[in-house]
Design a protein around this ligand. Structure first.
Ligand code: PEP
Ligand code: MG
Length: 319
């Protein structure tokens, strides 16, 4: 009896999609570093320090007081090293601690966290880092030592800036620990307040290598919607025209001054917003692990569209 001949299985190796715009990935916990690196992302656009610390289970202040500076530096080094190692030599952008009081209160030793009426408008981001310089210095020392170990792929950015003075002060502190910003190590800011977006040129004058758009906070502060308040969550829209206007302004202004732009908010995982960002000329998009592949395709498709439109237009002007 004749058997039906099965067609041979041909395994087609799909070529990786190459894009001019970098597609990076957001990482919160070092444990997912390997999985994040396997997405083929061009680097980590945002490594969130606070999730790493929440993972330690103990408040950094308590670690400092009970175990000393070395213990905190080493704990930080261990987490950051995992990510820097998984991605090496692809860049990893470490964001200094952005600790909201309400989240850090849950940690062992966190009972002294101040109770705030509105933590989202309170003691967090760079303003808190600058009030707790001893903790900030531990972060910077951890990064300095890792760079000395050979992890030259680590970059630094600071969260929630509102005034160029904050950049100046952080740079002083970096120099105090022996890290020359923008020279020894790429240094950038997150633009996640309307204040920072509106005076982006003043930040550029202060001397930065890159800007990363934190659209989660930029949305909440622009349209006055607490991102944690379910009563108003239906009004929370990252594609609100006012938010997009600020984003466009930041990208185009940075472009004019040769400063690289990136996005690390959730909007970077949303195809319809990413299309706009690529059209405006963003240099890099950082997405969630599960969105990297889709976003890579969206970026590639948008880049093709932009180029094609450009070619068509230049043909018309030649005629
Ligand atoms: C943001 O605000 O867009 C951001 C990426 O930071 P986080 O979500 O950690 O506040
Ligand atoms: Mg933020």
């Amino acid at each position: 009896e004749e058997k039906e001949k099965k067609p041979e299985v041909v395994v087609v190796q799909q070529a990786p999609i190459i894009t001019a715009t970098e597609v990076k990935v957001n990482v919160s916990m070092p444990e997912v570093a390997e999985r994040a690196a396997a997405t083929g992302a061009d680097g980590v656009g945002l490594l969130r320090a606070e999730h790493m610390i929440l993972g330690l289970g103990k408040h950094p202040r308590k670690i400092l007081e009970e175990e000393g500076e070395e213990a905190l530096i080493e704990a930080l080094m261990e987490g950051i090293r995992k990510v820097a190692d998984a991605f090496y030599p692809r860049p990893v952008t470490y964001r200094t601690l952005d600790a909201p009081t309400d989240e850090f209160r849950g940690l062992e030793g966190g009972e002294n966290e101040p109770i705030e009426h509105n933590p989202m408008l309170g003691w967090r981001g760079i303003r808190r880092d600058l009030d707790e310089v001893d903790i900030l210095k531990c972060e910077l020392k951890a990064i300095k030592r890792l760079r000395e170990e050979g992890y030259k792929n680590i970059e630094i950015m600071i969260p929630l800036v509102t005034h160029p003075d904050e950049v100046r002060r952080v740079k002083e502190i970096m120099r105090e620990v022996g890290l020359e910003p923008c020279k020894d190590i790429p240094f950038g800011i997150m633009v996640e307040t309307p204040a920072a977006a509106l005076i982006i040129e003043d930040f550029i004058k202060e001397g930065i290598n890159f800007v990363s758009l934190g659209t989660n906070d930029l949305t909440q502060y622009t349209i006055a919607i607490d991102r944690n308040n379910e009563l108003v969550s239906k009004y929370y829209k990252e594609d609100h025209p006012a938010v997009l206007k600020l984003v466009e302004h930041v990208i185009k202004t940075c472009k004019k001054h040769g400063i690289k732009t990136s996005i690390c908010g959730q909007a970077g995982s949303r195809p319809h917003i990413v299309e706009k960002l690529v059209e405006w000329g963003i240099d890099s998009v950082s997405a969630n692990i599960d969105a990297v592949e889709t976003i890579r395709r969206v970026v590639a498709r948008t880049e093709q569209k932009v180029i094609l439109n450009f070619i068509r237009k230049s043909h018309i002007s030649e005629e």
